[in-house]
Design a protein around this ligand. Sequence first.
Ligand code: NI
Length: 192
Amino acid sequence: MAILPLVIAPDPRLKTKSAPIEKIDDGIKKLAADMLDTMYRERGIGLAAVQVGQLKRLLVADVTWREEEGPGEQYVLVNPEIVEGSKEERVYKEGCLSFPDQFAEVMRPDTVRVRYLDLDGKPQEKTFEGLLATCIQHEIDHLNGIVFVDHISLVKRDMILRKLTKLKKAGAFEPDHVHGPHCNHSHDDHVL
Ligand code: NI
């Protein structure tokens, strides 16, 4: 078990497209396990590999875990691809572990059908709904170099990025401060 340091915006890696995983070896399995540990520790519900500095098409999600009860239904998706999204959309107030304490409402398809490999390398296809659908779409965006603030107005995006740039310069996200800004959100804020 290892907690990995998070990549915090603004950072060029968050704008970079991640590469497909050719072989699911022990390194990838360890990365997925460490990403889950990191996600729970930082109280998120989803995490993409790029957020821990690995430009690989891998994401983890668990939107049902609770502080008191521990892990819920975990998902690990390798090389995920959206096959189809519903016309019906839904708005969630989204946050992101790479954007500490920043939130914005984002509209996305309510349901998505996703094709991916599981950790055994088996092809899977599954329909995700509601918050889990939002989470998976947010993480797949990460794999394509897209972040949630790319879905909001330029004015609001600039405001958020200016704030984070200032905090970053002040050293607010250095490892010894990690339990300041990262952990202020409640579980009801959707941090992905
Ligand atoms: Ni995110």
